[in-house]
Design a protein around this ligand. Structure first.
Ligand code: PFF
Ligand code: NA
Length: 434
């Protein structure tokens, strides 16, 4: 057997995991979810769920990955038997559907790079412009281009590139986002926007928690790349000396920071333009940013850089999704890497075409894969780790922590009861809503 590679540096692992986590989920999906769910109440519950569910579930995936040193499907076969090994099916189906529309939205970002370079952002015309970009033959073409890039990278197995791209991309996103947030701060109406985004009203939470909670949980899973085995895969390359909890904290912290910044940019701009954030849906970030860049000196170039960075962030996330599905085909069906990647990429492209023609399909795919399958995958894996392999889980999570005390046990019981119960309710609510 070939010696398995491990991450050369701790930074290598963190960067790849961050590369998967940071993507359209932060910059595109998060702000419009905040808008649809009524603002600060959503933000507040979202932050709570990142800590209470997202963080412990990252550790569930890490434990499985590092212990088995396998891809998600192989890992489950090694640790479990019977029906447990079938959790991999949930992962693979989720990955397939998510990538099919993720690529469509990534295509929009490519179009906005071009619009910037051509100096075509418009403040007043931003909503109409989005309408033209998001659907039609153009959107299909850009979807094809993005998917081709994903296929090329995964087929060639050159994921080394991830490390490099993340090293450039994450600092670039943070730097440009901070700049834009400062600009947004200077706009008229910024105060109202901050109130909307940052100060939750208790009455909103109490009256709307049945919709806010499941939506926030789905967003937490999506943004952290949870529930489909990505974090199992990445942790499978991790050495025994690493403190998993610390790494999980860094990944979740950075991901949350970038999403938070996206909101600080989008809402003041929308308020200044008099656009109702709740009604914007998937258009929200594109409309607000195009309007902002239209007003800024060198806005076209700046916008092209920003959307280009987002496209790269989307690419490193998309690669991680494709890798899960491809590794399943290779291991389970004995297909070669190149044919598996090409066949899956083409199939995902075809499934994504309706989403490039009508926004309805974005909601449809997103609702099914993200709000149901990802959380179902996370739920099943949490039950498995918490109840079927508890001793191994505690041992694994405790490695690399100096004074572990009863932390491992506390985490285990937290997974076993509150996390599992919460996920059962939340998946049921999302399925009902769907
Ligand atoms: N976390 C990515 C984002 O926020 O854009 C999306 C994603 C990647 C979801 C990988 C799920 C996944 F397995
Ligand atoms: Na994310």
């Amino acid at each position: 057997m070939v010696q398995r590679e491990t991450w050369a540096t701790r930074a290598g692992f963190i960067l790849a995991a961050v590369g998967s986590a940071v993507g359209l989920g932060n910059i595109w999906r998060f702000p419009y979810q905040v808008g649809e769910q009524g603002g600060a109440a959503f933000l507040f519950i979202y932050l709570l769920l990142i800590v209470m569910i997202g963080f412990p579930v990252i550790l569930v995936e890490f434990v499985v990955g590092r212990n088995t040193e396998r891809n998600p499907v192989g890992a489950l076969k090694r640790l479990g038997s019977g029906a447990w090994t079938k959790i991999g099916w949930v992962f693979v189906t989720a990955g397939f559907v998510i990538l099919s529309y993720y690529s469509v939205v990534a295509g929009w970002t490519l179009r906005y790079v071009l619009l910037g370079l051509q100096g075509q952002y418009t403040a007043d015309g931003a909503p109409a412009q989005f309408g033209e970009v998001a659907t039609g033959l153009d959107a299909v073409l850009l979807h094809a281009i993005f998917m081709a890039a994903v296929i090329a990278i995964v087929a060639l197995g050159i994921e080394r590139g991830i490390e490099l791209s993340v090293k450039v991309m994450v600092p670039a996103i943070i730097a440009i986002s901070i700049g834009l947030a400062v600009y947004a701060f200077t706009l008229e109406g910024a105060g109202d926007a901050y109130a909307y985004y940052l100060s939750p009203e208790l009455s909103t939470i109490t009256s709307q928690w049945t919709t806010i909670l499941p939506a926030a949980a789905a967003q937490a899973f999506f943004t952290l790349s949870l529930g489909m085995g990505v974090m199992i895969t990445y942790a499978s390359y991790l050495g025994e000396d690493r403190n998993l909890a610390e790494d999980a904290g860094i990944i979740a912290g950075l991901d949350t920071f970038i999403a938070f910044l996206a909101g600080l940019i989008a809402f003041p701009i929308l308020f200044a333009a008099g656009i109702e954030p709740g009604a914007s849906g998937p258009a929200l970030i594109f409309v607000s940013l195009a309007a902002a860049f239209a007003e800024l000196p060198l806005g076209g170039i700046l916008g092209a850089i920003f959307f280009g960075t987002v496209a790269i962030a989307a690419l490193s996330s998309a690669i991680s999704i494709m890798e899960v599905v491809v590794s399943y085909m290779i291991d389970e069906r004995g297909v070669g890497r190149v044919p598996a990647t090409v066949a899956l990429g083409v199939a995902m492209f075809v499934v994504g075409v309706p989403a490039a023609l009508d926004l309805i399909f974005i909601d449809l795919y997103d609702g099914f894969a993200n709000s149901i399958l990802l959380m179902l995958g996370g739920l099943l894996l949490s039950i498995f780790v918490g109840w079927i392999i508890p001793d191994l889980a505690i041992e694994e999570v405790s490695k690399g922590i100096k004074d572990v005390g009863s932390l491992g046990v506390a985490w285990l019981w937290f997974i076993r009861i509150p996390v599992v119960l919460a996920l059962i309710v939340l998946v049921a609510l999302n399925a009902w809503d769907y």
